[in-house]
Ligand binder design. Structure first.
Ligand code: PMM
Length: 284
């Protein structure tokens, strides 16, 4: 269990699964788009998440929902940087969710201490050198291509084995590019080029990601596979905002499996879930 949790150089140590709260400064994210679209509202949201139990707050300015098209660089910078600065200035541990090296670099200068790139450095060739030079931790997520057409890439023989081997190849590439292996976090990328059954198989086999030897981040919050699990008899899924109890259930599972962190939109129930998992672990 310890390997999935592990220590990430450059970040605080938590003796349980950490909680990463999400602030999407976007008009169109699938679950909270438009709600925190101005700087002040977004900073307030991040502070509220920290007050409710988020150990880190992940700030993003580009929606990655299936089918989404890309936001331009200037707009992404405009959305993200003041929010990162506002939260970091208040003492929040901030991560930046971006596929752009320029955004990562400016966010780190504004106080972000972790770069969360859903493409694992594939979208922007400048990302790995920038993160290596900044000496900040880096999330390497399993990714097969941009959101616009990622659903067509959800083709697997053995999803768990393929995600593990593709993540290993990405880890090797980013280490070859100069990123300190002790600063890497891995993430199976639930919902990215994956159908609901793929996501469920990955959650069922989190232990297999241990072979990568790095701390694990699990981001199930409100995703489509939970919509399918919770669907009514006619197959219609509940809206994203009604998936938080299901999200907390995955948080409990992930924490129990030894995940380093879970990334969620609503923090309170997950903060409780990871504490219960910790207490159960301590009682063994
Ligand atoms: N999913 C989303 C965005 N960022 N980052 C990581 N590391 N892992 C994920 O699975 C992930 C992510 C999807 O969008 P959302 O912010 O609306 O959940």
């Amino acid at each position: 269990m310890s390997t999935l949790r592990g220590r990430v150089a450059g970040l605080p140590w938590w003796d349980r699964c950490a909680v990463m709260g999400v602030v999407n400064v976007t008009p169109d994210s699938f679950s909270d788009g438009g709600r925190w679209f101005d700087t002040e509202a977004a900073v307030k949201r991040g502070l509220d998440l920290a007050d409710t139990g988020a150990d880190l707050v992940d700030v993003g300015g580009e929606s990655t929902r299936p089918g989404a098209s890309r936001v331009d660089e200037a707009e992404e910078l405009r959305r993200v940087i003041p929010v990162v600065r506002g939260l970091a200035d208040e003492g929040v541990v901030v991560s930046v969710d971006t596929m752009r090296a320029s955004v990562a670099e400016r966010a780190v200068a504004a106080g972000a201490v972790l770069v969360n790139d859903v493409s694992g450095g594939l979208a922007d060739p400048a990302m790995v050198p920038v993160v290596a030079a900044a000496r900040v931790p880096f999330v390497v997520m399993h990714w097969r291509g941009f959101s616009q057409d990622m659903n067509s890439r959800a083709v697997y023989g053995d999803v768990v084995a393929e995600v593990v081997s593709e993540l290993r190849a990405r880890m090797d590439a980013v280490v070859a590019g100069g990123i300190d292996p002790e600063r890497i976090v891995v993430d199976p990328g639930l919902g990215f080029a994956k159908e609901a059954d793929h996501d469920l198989a990955l959650v069922a086999h989190l232990q297999e990601l241990r072979t990568l030897g790095r701390p694990l981040l699990v981001a199930a919050s409100r995703k489509r596979f939970l919509g399918r699990v919770l669907a009514a008899e006619d197959g219609s899924p509940p809206p994203a905002r009604e998936r938080d109890a299901a999200t907390a259930a995955v948080s409990a599972i992930a924490a129990r499996e030894g995940a380093w962190a879970v990334r969620v939109h609503e923090v309170r129930a997950t903060a409780d879930a990871v504490r219960v998992a910790r207490a159960v672990e301590g009682a063994q």
